[in-house]
Design a protein around this ligand. Structure first.
Ligand SMILES: Cc1cc2nc3c(=O)[nH]c(=O)nc-3n(C[C@H](O)[C@H](O)[C@H](O)COP(=O)(O)O)c2cc1C
Length: 163
């Protein structure tokens, strides 16, 4: 493994999403980054580590929610990105407030900038990850919240326009 080339992936500024997935019986959330794929049919992509609990649950349910993280959720993003659902019930441990999704069974995370309900339409294995393409089937947005980005291991607030 080339340590220096591995750093290349960190040069890309990334969206921050709190991915939530599951059923009443078993649910999980992890921090991830998502990218735009298409808008005619609204498609987004995520790449999920094969060893994660979220991966197991996406395989089981064929869906996920992308909760676009807000400034107030930086602490939650850190915690969801450094703990595993197999060790801890993150919803209980981090006292996450959830809301019911309108079109799928996975829970929405309250306090996010936006909640995007997605159904998996296809997936591609890539190294020890699976890239899932999800179709957005419903969404809501809270314009009072400010979204964040992740760059070089730091979080940034997206409330300053540059011209
Ligand atoms: C800012 C940030 C972005 C991350 N992006 C991803 C990602 O896109 N895909 C991924 O598999 N893990 C990503 N992670 C790591 C997961 O959140 C982490 O492995 C998590 O513990 C998995 O939880 P789970 O086992 O409960 O599913 C990211 C972590 C952080 C802090």
């Amino acid at each position: 493994m080339n340590e220096d080339l591995m750093k290349a992936t960190r040069l890309l500024p990334c969206s921050v999403v709190l991915l939530s997935v599951g059923t009443k019986e078993s649910q999980d959330a992890m921090t991830a980054t998502a990218m735009f794929v298409a808008e005619g049919v609204p498609l987004l992509a995520i790449s999920v580590g094969k060893g994660t609990t979220s991966h197991e649950l996406i395989e089981k349910t064929g869906e996920f929610v992308l909760n676009v993280a807000s400034v107030g959720q930086v602490g939650l993003a850190r915690m969801l990105g450094s703990t595993h659902g197999r060790d801890v019930d993150k919803f209980k441990r981090f006292e996450i407030n959830v809301e019911k999704a309108s079109k799928i069974g996975s829970p929405l995370i309250a306090g996010s900038f936006a909640n995007l309900e997605c159904k998996v339409i296809t997936s591609v294995p890539a190294s020890n990850y699976t890239v899932y393409i999800g179709e957005v089937v419903a969404y809501k947005v809270d314009d009072t919240q400010v979204p964040i980005a992740w760059h070089r291991d730091r979080y940034f607030s997206l409330d300053k326009e540059v011209r």
